[in-house]
Design a protein around this ligand. Structure first.
Ligand code: FES
Length: 143
């Protein structure tokens, strides 16, 4: 069996929603302490819905594929659903990642969460701090 699924290869070779958004409503940037890779997510939000999303990932192929799939999964979704997105859902949508690459998908989950928090902070919107655990405390990431 190939190491990477067809979906991973597709999103790696043709990533969706790549780029910078100058007028983003929320921006999240996170880094992986182990490998040094960085992911940045830009959100356009209207009436609580993610109407557009862009990403920049300076990282491995799995991180790029995870970012691409994650942006597809949250586009058009209300923030309440966006905050439910887990790296597991991203991985499943990609038909899996090798075990030693699972941590790459955690970056996407964390970057999206950070972008939503940035949106809330910029607009003075109250939120439950439990929705935004400190970086590095992600229960999915053990690397
Ligand atoms: Fe760093 Fe994949 S090896 S995010």
């Amino acid at each position: 069996m190939a190491l990477y699924s067809d979906k991973v290869m597709d999103h790696f070779r043709n990533p969706r929603n790549v780029g910078v958004m100058e007028d983003a409503d929320g921006v999240g940037e996170v880094g992986n302490a182990v490998c040094g890779d960085i992911m940045k997510i830009y959100l356009k939000i209207r009436e609580g819905i993610v109407t557009d999303v862009k990403f920049e990932t300076f990282g491995c192929g799995s991180a790029i594929a995870s970012s691409s799939m994650a942006t597809e999964l949250i586009k058009g979704k209300p923030l309440s659903e966006v905050l439910q997105l887990t790296n597991r859902a991203v991985t499943e949508a990609l038909d899996g990642l090798p075990a030693h690459k699972l941590h790459c998908s955690v970056l996407a989950e964390e970057a999206i969460r950070a972008a939503v928090k940035d949106y809330y902070d910029r607009h003075g919107i109250a939120y439950d701090p439990k929705d935004f655990p400190d970086e590095g405390s992600c229960p999915h990431c053990h690397e």
